[in-house]
Design a binder for this molecule. Structure first.
Ligand SMILES: Nc1ncnc2c1ncn2[C@@H]1O[C@H](COP(=O)(O)OP(=O)(O)O)[C@@H](O)[C@H]1O
Ligand SMILES: [Mg+2]
Ligand SMILES: [Zn+2]
Length: 334
């Protein structure tokens, strides 16, 4: 029988939820139970033993696991930028849906790696109860055919996650390894802003097929986008290109178009960094309204120019992905 994890139990019964956390993460010993509350620590990661002890960070970084693929997942695509509010989550959600829509044979998943500010539950219209399968892996929630996992399924929306670096890194590893993702052709990862612990943990733990950088055409956002793109280059993650979001405003009244943030910023950045613009997404009320109400434009207004923009970007992303190679070719499987 499946076990329930996450906020449903946390809100009703702390002890049970704590117990279920230990059941998922057996390395946390039961004697550490009393050190923390599940509201702050739904994974049961002992703050005292990790972030606070002297030398802990050095010890962990020495013992970092080598990169190995997520079981059953062929290609990982991260959607990133240096800055918040530029539309990463909007692009990640619509990209995942567009990948699945463009090629009906492909299975797509969506991981919300924004531990502090998860958006996927709202944008994908999903609410958690997360269950464990027989292998004790968390089962993703599914909507529009996309398998999704988010911290938002595991903690209450109102309770802020107040973790430090090491706890975030640990949570990310669990969201990668302790979720029944497979079989997936593409796992799209919606990144938090910046170039911090999450970005580092991800790029050190799993092979990433490519990064999609989202930016608005404003200079400041572009500067941040550059930092994001450079970080990925440094850790040998191929940058597939830039999505220029909110570049053109379509006036819903008269239909006229206006480049409110300037026209050429992203093109210039792309040229300077030797990157391609994967596409432009207009600033459109519908994109916001639909995404924020859990009906992303790619599925709810399929034929609209906005949806087509995302589908074209998805096509370009697939073209630019390196060919997938089976890391366990026949005969090598154990
Ligand atoms: N092209 C767009 N047109 C209109 N609204 C947009 C567009 N892209 C994003 N938004 C809105 O902007 C806000 C921030 O977007 P979000 O994807 O959450 O950004 P991030 O993940 O980078 O913080 C959301 O309310 C979203 O609906
Ligand atoms: Mg976001
Ligand atoms: Zn107008």
């Amino acid at each position: 029988m499946a076990t329930l994890v996450g906020k449903a139990w946390i809100s009703r019964n702390c002890a049970k939820s704590l117990f279920s956390c230990y059941a998922i993460f057996p390395r946390v010993s039961s004697t550490t139970k009393t050190h923390f509350s599940t509201h702050e620590d739904p994974f049961g990661i002992n703050k005292k033993k990790t972030a606070d002890s002297p030398g802990a960070k050095e010890q962990v970084s020495k013992g970092l696991p080598k990169k190995f693929p997520i079981a059953g997942v062929k290609q990982v695509i991260v959607v990133a930028s240096g800055k918040g509010g530029v539309g990463k989550s909007t692009v990640a959600v619509n990209l995942a849906l567009a990948l699945a829509d463009n090629d009906k044979d492909k299975q797509v998943g969506l991981l919300d790696a924004d531990v502090y500010g998860p958006s996927i539950p709202r944008m994908m219209n999903l609410e958690g109860q997360v269950f464990l399968n027989e292998q004790n892996l968390m089962m993703p929630l599914v909507n529009f055919g996309i398998k999704c996992m988010s911290m938002g399924f595991l903690v209450d929306e109102g309770s802020p996650v107040v973790w430090r670096g090491l706890m975030v890194m640990s949570a990310i590893q669990r969201l990668l390894r302790q979720v029944a993702w497979g079989p997936l052709d593409y796992l799209v990862i919606d990144m938090p802003p910046g170039t911090g612990d999450t970005q580092l943990t991800l790029s050190q733990n799993i092979p990433i097929s490519g990064a999609v950088i989202v930016s608005t055409p404003q200079d400041i956002a572009l500067l941040d986008a550059r930092k994001g793109a450079e970080m990925f280059k440094k850790v040998q993650v191929p940058v597939l290109g830039i999505v220029q979001n909110m570049s053109v405003f379509h006036c819903p009244k008269c239909g006229h178009e206006e480049h409110i943030f300037g026209e050429e910023g992203a093109n210039k950045l792309a040229q300077e960094m030797g990157l391609e613009i994967l596409g432009d997404i207009p600033l459109h009320t519908k994109i916001r309204e639909l995404c924020d109400s859990g009906k992303p434009v790619v599925v709810s207004e399929e034929g609209s120019p906005q949806a087509l923009a995302f589908k074209n970007i998805a096509r370009k992303v697939v073209e630019k992905l390196p060919a997938w190679e089976d890391p366990f070719p026949a005969g090598n499987k154990t």
